[in-house]
Write a protein that binds this ligand. Structure first.
Ligand SMILES: Nc1ncnc2c1ncn2[C@@H]1O[C@H](COP(=O)(O)OP(=O)(O)O)[C@@H](O)[C@H]1O
Ligand SMILES: [Mg+2]
Length: 341
C-alpha cells in the first residue's frame, strides 16, 4: 500500500475482568491502515473485532477494561487522549458506520435534521448551508430525490436507504478513516451488494481509508485490498487480499475459505470448521486454534505463534513450515475441485 499511513495499532490488549475470570477480548493485535485502502477484518463472532473497533474509537469504558498498547491515528495515540480530545477526533477525522442503522437513527426526528445535527457537532454553519450540505451528502450516497427525502422520518426509508443515510452521516466532515462494523449484516443479499459497492465508491471518491469488519469472508473478498483474519482476539493472518485468498497460510483461514459458498463454483462442497471458537476467558495455551486444527503438531499446544512473515510472503501465526502450508493448501484445493468436477 502506498497511501498515507492513517492508523497503526501496536500490540493492543483489551482485557475485561469479570466475576468468571478475565475476558481477553483482544490479546496482542497489531496492524496498519492506509489512505485509499479498504482493510478487512474477518473472524467468527466473538473473535474480538468489535472490541478492537470500539477501542480505536475510544468507546470502551476504561473503568471496566484493562487496555494496553498503542492506537496511533494520524500520528496521535488515541489511547492517551482525554474524553474531550477524543470527541473532537471522533465523527470528524475518524468516523463510524454500525450494523443497525435503526438503532442509530432516532425514530422521532427527520433523517435530514439528524444529519444536520452531526454537521453542527463539529462545525459552525448557517442553516441554509447546513441543509445544502445534507442534501449534497444524501445525493452522494445515492438517495434519490434528496430534497424531499430530507424531510422523511427513518421508518419511511428502506433498510438499505437507512444504511445509506448512516454512511452520509459518517462522511459529512470529510473523515480520513471510516470504520464500518458489520455494515451489511442486517440487510438482505441484494441490498448488501449495493451497500458494499457504495462503500467502495466513497472510498475512491473521497480518497479515505476504510476498515470493514465482518464475519463473512465473502464480503471482504469483493471490496477489501488488505485482509486480517482474527481468531480469539489475535491476528491469524494478514496480507493483501489476493495473497490471502490465493495463497492462504493459516489453517483457520483455510477453514473460513472452505465454509463460504463460491459463486463461480456451484458444486463446491461447503465444509464447516469443526468445533467452536474458544471462550476468551480460557483461551487455549499455545496457538489458540490448535484444538480445532486438523494439522496441529508438537509445538502447537505449548508455544504461541506470533503474527510474523514466516517466509510465506505475508505474516501468519502458524507453526507449520512454509512447504507444509503450501502442500496442505494445494491438497485441500484439489480435493475441492474434484468435488466440483
Ligand atoms: N464490556 C465487556 N465485558 C466483558 N466482556 C466483553 C465486553 N465486551 C465484549 N466482551 C467479550 O469480548 C469478546 C469479543 O467480543 P466482540 O469484539 O464483540 O466480538 P466480535 O465483534 O468479533 O463478534 C466476546 O467474548 C465478548 O463477550
Ligand atoms: Mg462484532
Amino acid at each position: 500500500m502506498t497511501g498515507e499511513l492513517l492508523l497503526e495499532v501496536k500490540d493492543l490488549h483489551v482485557h475485561f475482568p469479570t466475576p468468571d475470570g478475565v475476558v481477553k477480548a483482544v490479546d496482542g493485535l497489531s496492524f496498519k491502515v492506509h489512505r485509499g485502502e479498504t482493510f478487512g477484518i474477518v473472524g467468527e463472532s466473538g473473535s474480538g473485532k468489535s472490541v478492537t473497533n470500539l477501542t480505536a474509537l475510544g468507546l470502551i469504558d476504561r473503568e471496566k477494561a484493562r487496555v494496553s498498547g498503542e492506537v496511533l491515528f494520524m500520528g496521535r495515540d488515541l489511547l492517551k487522549l482525554s474524553a474531550g480530545e477524543l470527541r473532537k477526533v471522533r465523527g470528524k477525522d475518524l468516523s463510524m458506520i454500525f450494523q443497525d442503522p435503526f438503532a442509530c437513527l432516532h425514530p422521532f426526528y427527520r433523517v435530514g435534521d439528524q444529519i444536520a445535527e452531526a454537521i453542527l457537532c463539529h462545525a459552525e454553519m448557517d442553516k441554509r448551508r447546513v441543509k445544502a450540505r445534507v442534501i449534497e451528502m444524501l445525493d452522494a450516497v445515492g438517495i434519490p430525490n434528496p430534497e424531499s427525502r430530507y424531510r422523511d422520518y427513518p421508518h419511511q426509508y428502506s433498510g438499505g436507504m437507512r444504511q445509506r443515510a448512516m454512511i452520509a452521516m459518517a462522511l459529512v466532515h470529510n473523515p480520513a478513516l471510516v470504520i464500518a462494523d458489520e455494515p451489511t449484516t442486517a440487510l438482505d443479499v441484494t441490498v448488501q451488494a449495493q451497500i458494499l459497492e457504495l462503500i467502495d465508491r466513497i472510498k475512491k471518491d473521497f480518497n479515505i481509508g476504510v476498515i470493514l469488519i465482518t464475519h463473512d469472508l465473502g464480503v471482504v473478498a469483493d471490496v477489501a485490498q488488505s485482509v486480517m483474519v482474527m481468531y480469539a482476539g489475535r491476528g491469524a493472518e494478514l496480507g493483501a487480499r489476493d495473497r490471502v485468498f490465493n495463497q492462504p497460510l493459516h489453517p483457520y483461514s483455510w477453514g473460513l475459505l472452505e465454509s463460504i459458498p463460491q459463486i463461480d463454483q456451484k458444486g463446491t462442497r461447503l465444509v464447516p470448521i469443526e468445533g467452536a471458537p474458544p471462550s476468551l476467558i480460557h483461551v487455549p495455551k499455545g496457538c489458540p486454534f490448535h484444538p480445532r486444527c486438523p494439522h496441529r503438531f508438537e509445538p502447537c499446544d505449548k508455544e504461541r505463534p506470533d503474527l510474523v512473515d514466516r517466509g510465506g510472503g505475508h505474516p501468519d501465526a502458524c507453526h507449520l513450515s512454509i512447504e507444509d502450508k503450501k502442500r496442505l493448501w494445494d491438497e485441500r484445493e484439489s480435493r475441492r475441485s474434484k468435488v466440483i468436477a
